[in-house]
Design a binder for this molecule. Structure first.
Ligand code: A3P
Ligand code: MG
Ligand code: MG
Length: 380
């Protein structure tokens, strides 16, 4: 709940000096009943091709092909000579989602036709990955975040801003870490085919520009959400349930050899896996456990609905209800502070572990992220 004293006006610009307009991430504050979270509905999808071009269709969808029980995939293969890495210095912000919204506006039109009705009938537009960071914040001890928010025609758009610390970490990555980031994508190449009856092609070039994204609509408490997230692959069985229930999230993780490693896996990794897939209603994670040399030595399927039971034996572990209640309260806080409806105003919400969420307001600044092409087409 926002700690806002009576009669205090929202500062119009610059840092919030006394931090009285802030939101706590302390876990105890969010241990109440699980909030309403409607079953997410897929309202569309889009694809990004090998050159990161947008298509309003599912052409980049892939199909999961179940491997042997101990498949011995070499995740290092091709790193040097068959890898095209997406340029992550290009900040895409919400652009792909905004393109999707313009192409599918009729599906999202408002209920009423009165001037006061919200144009999209949606409170928040964002990436799934940004919401994952909100869900895990009460348990995050290492990485903070900054989220830029703009209110435009009644809808709040949320787009991440890279923190200084994240930029430094990115510049100082070791060669080993750089290579290990490839391993997760390589695992996808070993387990996914491009067509429903096809086979994976681990000898091909791996290009991380390519992506298939689902767009889902749902509601958290009284917040109507529209967000998009990358989906790794789907069940190829023609009798599989409709999206998003047919989707599969692929993950790699270090093999677990000691009780301490198992405990850490439950406490940290399963939290991230759960949050990422629970949000869009993806029902399972298929994990490849790899050794130090990057060879997958075991496979395991984790149904998302069973993860909260798996962790219950862990002392002082994370709780799904804390994650969801914090996210809900964060969105209420945003609605409360981001009052000016103006595409060139950004409310910047900043958080560092062990601190409260604070914000500052910026007008016509480099933080502005709604592009002219979007603002103009939505206004006409
Ligand atoms: P793993 O998660 O198996 O390590 P996703 O699992 O979300 O589909 O992402 C696919 C892969 O992208 C990851 O596989 C990892 O290799 C890489 N990746 C994703 N997010 C990353 C991050 N924040 N830092 C480093 N690598 C990341
Ligand atoms: Mg993915
Ligand atoms: Mg994955």
């Amino acid at each position: 709940r926002p700690n806002r004293p009576q009669n205090q006006s929202v500062p119009s610009r610059g840092q919030n000096p006394d931090s009285s307009l802030s939101l706590s991430t302390r876990r105890e504050l969010y241990e109440r009943d699980f909030p309403v979270y409607k079953q997410p509905v897929e309202v569309g999808c889009f694809s990004l091709d090998s050159e990161r071009r947008f298509f309003n269709d599912g052409r980049q969808m892939r199909y999961y092909v179940e491997p042997d029980r101990s498949p011995n995939f070499d995740l290092r293969d091709g790193y040097k000579d068959r890898f095209i890495k997406r340029d992550d210095s290009v900040k895409e912000k919400l652009d792909h989602m905004l393109r999707w919204i313009l192409a599918n506006r009729s599906k999202l039109s408002a209920r009423g036709t009165t001037a006061s009705s919200c144009d999209l009938d949606i409170d928040f537009v964002t990436w799934r990955g940004h919401l994952t960071k909100l869900l895990t914040a009460p348990y995050e001890t290492r990485e903070g975040w900054q989220l830029a928010v703009t209110r435009f025609r009644g809808t709040l758009y949320i787009s991440e801003v890279e923190t200084e610390a994240a930029r430094r970490d990115q510049e100082n990555r070791t060669e080993r870490h750089e290579e290990m980031m490839y391993w997760g994508y390589k695992f996808e190449q070993y387990t996914c085919a491009d067509t429903v009856h096809g086979q994976p092609d681990p000898g091909g070039v791996l290009n991380t520009n390519e992506a298939f994204c689902t767009v889902v609509q749902t509601r958290l408490a009284d917040h109507r959400l529209l967000f998009s997230g990358e989906v790794d692959c789907r069940d190829k069985d023609p009798n599989a349930p409709a999206a998003p229930a047919c989707y599969i999230e692929l993950k790699t993780s270090a093999e677990i050899c000691t009780p301490k490693q198992r405990s850490n896996f439950h406490r940290f990794k399963l939290l991230k896996w759960w949050a990422q897939s629970f949000l869009p209603g993806v029902p399972r994670v298929v994990a490849g456990f790899r050794d130090e040399e990057g060879v997958v030595v075991a496979m395991e399927t984790f149904p998302i609905s069973k993860i909260s039971h798996l962790i219950k034996n862990e002392h002082n572990c994370w709780k799904p209800t804390v994650c969801m209640n914090f996210c809900s309260d964060f969105l209420s806080f945003v609605k409360h502070i981001a009052t000016e409806d103006n595409p060139s105003v950004v409310y910047l919400l900043s958080w560092e572990p062990r601190r409260d969420v604070t914000f500052s307001v910026h007008r016509d600044s480099p933080y502005c992220f709604l592009p002219h092409w979007f603002v103009e087409e939505m206004t006409s």
